[in-house]
Write a protein that binds this ligand. Structure first.
Ligand code: FRU
Length: 506
């Protein structure tokens, strides 16, 4: 938790207490249909994402007892397609003894294929979780490990924990991977208040040596959390790999994940960007603490983030995950930048969950407001391509409420060259004024702009131009605010539109 967040969480939980006692009103109409939420109670960061035996494992920061942050433990779920989740028992619970409370903060899981840790039994490789033990009474964070011999359902704490202890208050979120060239495990971990990522190396996951530090760099106004390092393919060429370092922190107006592109030689990460350059993963006010799956099929690098709720309560759960993003790098006029699309594992499975016919249309002329689309519930996915050569703006009005002006507007502003989500029409109570309109700079390509709209009841994710820019946010429409329409200012043509209705019962 950075301080700003602790403060805001404190306020939120205070409000939450009052809320819980006075009116814990169920909010099923805000429960996403195709994004992960815990069955009940609080979640924040995704943890320990690992693919094993045909299943994506998702661990997550969880309070098993209440609908607010606290009692931090690792919840657990698995999925074959990243849409339908099987909920499993808490995998790593908080540990309470007479003198100490140990909360299980964020971290990662690796499959120790060659049993370097010695935790395997009967020739079966163990899963090893590497995470931060937060001990509030001691005001201390250190790095712990725990291992699983039952495929990730339960973990035993290593008897000689901690494995790294600097006697520090804010030192957290280890993320570990195997680095083939030097045959060792590499950990990135956050020196929160120094705005630095520290790299450690280990042959056995138990004994760690400091390798190097990266930072301060980029955005440094708030504490750094949840670092991770990934090799990504450049321009689709598997022989061209660059490393990307992700870091989460509070931004100017809410959560920010920044990334650095560079080279990693097994010891040091060197960014190719100027020291002060800030590259954003997402331009909305919700996406945070994202990490990627280890060992995902087809060599995909799939990023999953927590979508923060902001001010609104939901019940009986609070917090949800983003749609998983497939990552790559692209060479552009602005240098090497991150490209993100909803994971192909999700898009391949969409047809299984679509109710009714997938709507497909081409060459729809719009000029002004109002071309209605059949939205019968707020869980859908739209892929659209706009010709905006003769338009100032074009896009969608979503979550419209009949007989009122309430709606959220999103699309492309051709004059300002911005992908945008404008929540002014219905989210004034939930967002601070500076977050009502969220934008990302983006250029049309030969007069064409592509937009993907993933609306899932209370989450809204907009992807522009095949993954060049992403805006993720949370919205809280009234139950009956399900209006959906195309709009334009000036004459726009929707070259193609495909829409999947993903509504289903809770
Ligand atoms: C990020 C974070 C992490 C920490 C966890 C605690 O949201 O603050 O730094 O490990 O949440 O829940």
């Amino acid at each position: 938790m950075n301080k700003i967040k602790l403060l805001s969480l404190g306020l939120i939980s205070l409000a939450g207490n009052v809320f819980a006692q006075e009116k814990a009103v169920p909010t099923p109409h805000w429960r996403p249909a195709y994004h992960f939420t815990p069955p009940a109670n609080w979640t924040n960061d995704p943890n320990g994402l690992v693919f094993l035996n045909g299943e994506f494992n998702l661990y997550y920061q969880h309070n098993p007892f209440e609908n607010k942050w606290g009692h931090m433990s690792w919840g657990h779920a698995t999925s074959k397609d990243l849409i339908a989740w099987k909920h499993l028992p808490v995998a790593i619970p908080e540990v309470i003894t007479k003198d100490t409370t140990t909360w299980i903060y964020s971290g990662s899981v690796v499959l120790d294929k060659s049993n370097t840790s010695g935790f395997g039994i009967n020739g079966k490789p163990p899963l090893v979780a590497i995470f931060t033990a937060d001990q509030p009474k001691q005001k201390k964070e250190s790095q712990f490990i725990a291992y699983s011999n039952d495929g990730g359902l339960s973990y035993k704490q290593y008897s000689h924990n901690p494995v790294i202890d600097l006697n520090m208050h804010d030192f957290r979120d280890p993320n570990v991977f195997w680095y083939q060239p030097t045959q060792q495990w590499i950990m990135t971990v956050s020196m929160v208040d120094d705005h630095m990522v520290r790299f450690y190396g280990s042959k056995n996951l138990k004994d760690w040596n400091k390798l190097s530090d990266f930072g301060p760099a980029g955005f440094t106004k708030n504490g750094w959390e949840c670092p991770s390092l990934l090799p990504l393919v450049v321009d689709g060429n598997p022989d061209n790999i660059k490393w990307v370092l992700f870091v989460s922190s509070g931004g100017e107006h809410g959560p920010l994940i920044q990334y650095f592109v560079g080279d990693f030689d097994g010891i040091t990460f060197k960014s190719v960007n100027e020291t002060n350059k800030v590259l954003k993963v997402d331009y909305g006010d919700a996406f945070y603490a994202a990490i990627a799956w280890r060992d995902a099929p087809e060599n995909k690098k799939i990023l999953l983030g927590w979508l923060q709720n902001g001010r609104q309560e939901t019940y009986p759960w609070k917090g949800q995950m983003s749609i998983p993003h497939d990552l790559s790098l692209k060479t552009t006029g602005d240098g090497l930048v991150l490209n993100q699309l909803p994971s192909v594992f999700v898009t391949r499975a969409l047809h299984k969950y679509a109710t009714g016919k997938v709507i497909e249309k081409t060459n729809i002329d719009i000029n002004g407001a109002g071309l209605k689309l059949p939205g019968n519930g707020n869980a859908y996915w739209i892929d659209a391509e706009f010709d905006i050569r003769n338009a100032r703006k074009a896009g969608f009005n979503v979550v419209g409420k009949a007989g009122t002006d309430k709606k959220v507007t999103l699309g492309y502003d051709a004059e300002k060259q911005l992908l945008f989500v404008d929540c002014t029409g219905s989210e004034k109570d939930n967002k601070s004024p500076e977050n009502l309109i969220q934008t990302a700079p983006m250029k049309a390509i030969n007069g064409i702009v592509k937009v993907k709209v993933l609306l899932d009841r209370s989450s809204l994710e907009v992807f522009g131009n095949d993954g060049e820019k992403v805006i993720s946010t949370m919205i809280y429409p009234d139950k009956d605010a399900t209006g959906l329409a195309l709009f334009s200012e000036g004459a726009a043509v929707v070259k193609s539109l495909k829409m999947w209705n993903l509504n289903r019962g809770e």
